[in-house]
Design a protein around this ligand. Structure first.
Ligand code: PEP
Length: 245
């Protein structure tokens, strides 16, 4: 399976900028063996999906509600994302867990809702600075894996140490090898043989300069990219460093 390089555009770009960014990425995507995905704000999904039409770049949401519809002011349902052209959705990103109090149980419910709507979820896990400083990083990620994934799970995992997101600090290849190995063991324990095939992305200050070495680590199935996904040259350089599988 090819590696997946996913861009999380977070709360960046006005509409015209998002379309230009999507066009820039689509223009350079030919010949790249990795699977490519961009996740703009939901407001720009339709425009970005249109800009990417006919290219090899998929589009996804950054969050969804756990209900398919209803009285939830300001929220966005998974079928609405699908309706606008999304085929993926990021769930349980640490910024949502920390800023919006999202629990493992809620992430699990959202994951079920996403799959029911025909979206492939990317479920994020990762330890905080304090958890790592206290030597509790695998325990923390273990709890998140146990609580956030429905059975069966048809999606992708993203390991994103919170201390590495947007900080310029990257986990070492050894850190990544240990954690991705642990996650693989947990996925196999929870899902049997199916757990072997689940892609595990690394996220946290992935840049063109470190992408090649991080993407070559065992059990790394791609990257979830924040800051560097906002520049087509950087995002495409990361994608070119990915493995065809
Ligand atoms: C992210 O937010 O998912 C992320 C990995 O951000 P950055 O690449 O900027 O660290």
């Amino acid at each position: 399976m090819p590696q997946l390089i996913a861009g999380n555009w977070k709360m960046h770009c006005l509409a015209a900028e998002a379309v230009a960014l999507a066009q820039g990425i689509a223009a350079g995507a030919q010949g790249i063996a990795a699977e490519l995905l961009v996740c703009p704000t939901a407001l720009h999904l339709a425009a970005v999906a249109e800009a990417l039409h006919g290219s090899s770049v998929a589009v996804g949401g950054q969050n969804c509600h756990q209900a398919p519809q209803g009285a939830h002011t300001g929220d966005i349902a998974a079928p609405m994302l699908r309706d606008l052209g999304a085929t993926w959705v990021i769930l349980g990103h640490s910024e949502r867990r920390l800023n919006h109090g999202e629990t493992d149980e809620l992430v699990r419910e959202k994951t079920v809702a996403a799959v029911e709507a025909g979206l492939t979820p990317i479920v994020c896990v990762g330890e905080t600075t304090d958890q790592r400083a206290g030597g509790a990083e695998t325990e923390a990620v273990g709890w998140q894996l146990a609580g956030s994934l429905p059975k069966p799970f048809t999606g992708v995992l993203a390991y994103e140490p919170v201390w590495a997101i947007g900080t310029g600090k990257t986990a070492t290849e050894e850190d990544v090898a240990i954690m991705h190995g642990f996650i693989r063991e947990e996925l196999v324990r929870q899902f049997g043989d199916l757990g072997q095939a689940i892609r595990i992305l690394y996220g946290g200050s992935v840049k063109p300069a470190n992408a090649g070495s991080l993407l070559a680590v065992a059990n790394v199935g791609g990257a979830l990219v924040g800051g560097s996904s906002l520049d087509p040259r950087e995002f495409l350089a990361i994608a070119r460093a990915a493995q065809a599988g």
